[in-house]
Design a protein around this ligand. Structure first.
Ligand SMILES: CC(C)=CCC/C(C)=C/CC/C(C)=C/COP(=O)(O)OP(=O)(O)O
Ligand SMILES: [Zn+2]
Length: 455
């Protein structure tokens, strides 16, 4: 998308006399500082009522995405990290991903030197036997491998994509496979749904996913779906939005989504949207901007799975769902025992995105945008969990990812643009669309798909 066609929004002035500014002049009773204070008190509905009663035209001043500020915050963060990358942290590929992806969502290109620095740094994080660690010489880990691969796909250059040692990555992932079929995060590490998702997402993205990697994963994930309907990190744990996204996305990539009880999963996710308009991660917890992605994207995936939902909603279905216990896991239905010996796994992610939404948003998409724009944005740039918390790169990445998901959630065609009524604030708020199975910008995914499908 061409950002030059958009007018750059300006944030409202930070505090001060409202009469100093034309848009603020329409806010006779509230300064921005007062608005901030009300947010801290979590009185979002009050802010809205008072603002709109007092000054209907103030709507766009408050509901703008402060692009320039977010770009500055993320770019500064990357420049601080590169070129030495000398922070004592095992999360450096994640820091790269959160900032590079955030900037890509904002349609901001990095300069060549910065891109090269990041590619070189991630190459140094790549273990000689495969997989990426949190820094050079660190133990390879599935989560940092996911962050590194998503960063390189987002950078998208020949140098970036060809720096990924796919054969070694495949061998590393095979080593991380547990006898249950699930994956462990690192050598001697924990087995959980996050590990399953990061392994399957990376393997699918770089086109090395095969039956050996896939076997048993779907059954493990299905065993983590709880009585509430959401998915937990491991069997018998509590359903959580992060793991629900991971589990559902992995199941789609494995073509085993029928092993989940989708109606109950969707119901659980939809009810995690609170009166504050954002999502909570689990029952009885506070809303948090990052769940705009984890929960919002789970719903976005479900919008393309309505055929399965309809099938599972038939009274005759329940006995079939509970009898899914085949450990091989290459069947697309979980119902039948027929299996194809050669499964073209890379196509599942590709074909899924080509499908249109089969239903409108199953959450309040405008309300979610309201939470992100009004409560999660920080005036100086960057996004946060909730009012009263500081901005950080993780929340900036996932609030922006969730904003993109909610902006595109009401579209029916897979390649059209959202209508203005599906977006809150000016149309210049529109972000780049993502591929919700991997959380990379769609265009970048398509380029990587072309690149790796020839391999
Ligand atoms: C790809 C990848 C690595 C995905 C990770 C998914 C993810 C966000 C999992 C959440 C983990 C978790 C139980 C957080 C609870 O934190 P908390 O108790 O501080 O928060 P809460 O009160 O909101 O539950
Ligand atoms: Zn959070």
């Amino acid at each position: 998308m061409d950002s030059s066609s958009r007018t750059q929004p300006q944030p409202p002035p930070a505090g001060g006399d409202p009469s100093e500014d034309e848009s603020a002049a329409e806010l006779p009773r509230l300064t921005v500082t007062q608005v901030e204070q009300m947010k801290v008190e979590a009185r979002v509905a009050d802010i809205y009522r008072v603002l709109f009663d007092a000054a209907p035209n103030a709507k766009s001043a408050v509901l703008e995405l402060w692009r320039d500020q977010h770009v500055e915050y993320l770019t500064k963060g990357l420049r601080h990290l590169a070129p030495s990358f000398h922070v004592l942290d095992a999360n450096r590929p994640w820091l790269c991903y959160w900032m590079v992806h955030g900037l890509a969502l904002l349609d901001e290109t990095l300069d060549d030197d910065l891109e090269n620095d990041i590619v070189d740094f991630l190459s140094r994080c790549q273990d000689k036997h495969g997989g990426y660690g949190g820094g050079p010489g660190q133990l390879p880990h599935l989560a940092t491998s996911y962050a590194a691969v998503n960063t390189l796909v987002t950078i998208g250059s020949e140098k970036a994509l060809s720096s990924i040692k796919r054969e070694n990555l495949y061998k590393f992932m095979l080593l991380m496979k547990d006898k249950s079929g699930a994956f462990r995060m690192h050598d001697g590490g924990e087995v959980d749904v996050r590990a399953c998702y990061t392994a399957i997402s990376v393997a699918s993205l770089v086109n090395v996913l095969d039956d050996k990697l896939a076997r048993g994963v779907g059954n493990y994930i299905a065993s983590c779906q709880t009585y509430e309907g959401g998915i937990a990190g491991e069997p018998s744990a509590e359903a959580h939005g992060g793991y629900t996204f991971c589990g559902l996305a992995a199941m789609v990539l494995l073509n085993e989504v029928e092993k989940l009880d989708l109606p109950s999963l969707i119901g659980w996710v939809a009810f995690r949207q609170g009166v504050e308009c954002g999502f909570q991660g689990r029952t009885n917890k506070l809303v948090d901007g990052c769940y705009s992605f984890w929960q919002g994207a789970a719903i976005a995936l479900a919008q393309k799975l309505m055929t399965v939902v309809a099938e599972q909603s038939k009274p005759s279905y329940s006995s079939k769902l509970s009898s899914v216990d085949d450990a091989c896991g290459t069947s697309s239905s979980g119902l039948a025992s027929e299996k194809s010996p050669i499964v073209d796994y890379v196509k599942f992610g590709f074909d899924f995105m080509k499908q249109s939404n089969q239903i409108g948003p199953l959450f309040h998409n405008i309300a979610l945008q309201q939470y992100i724009l009004l409560c999660a944005q920080v005036l100086e740039g960057g996004l946060r969990d909730k009012p009263g918390k500081n901005r950080d790169h993780y929340h900036s990445c996932y609030c922006l990812s969730g904003l993109s998901v909610s902006q595109y959630s009401a579209m029916t065609g897979s390649d059209s643009c959202p209508l203005p009524q599906h977006m809150l604030g000016p149309y210049s708020n529109l972000l780049e669309p993502i591929h919700p199975l991997y959380n990379v910008v769609l265009e970048k995914y398509e380029e990587a798909y072309e690149f790796f499908s020839g391999e």
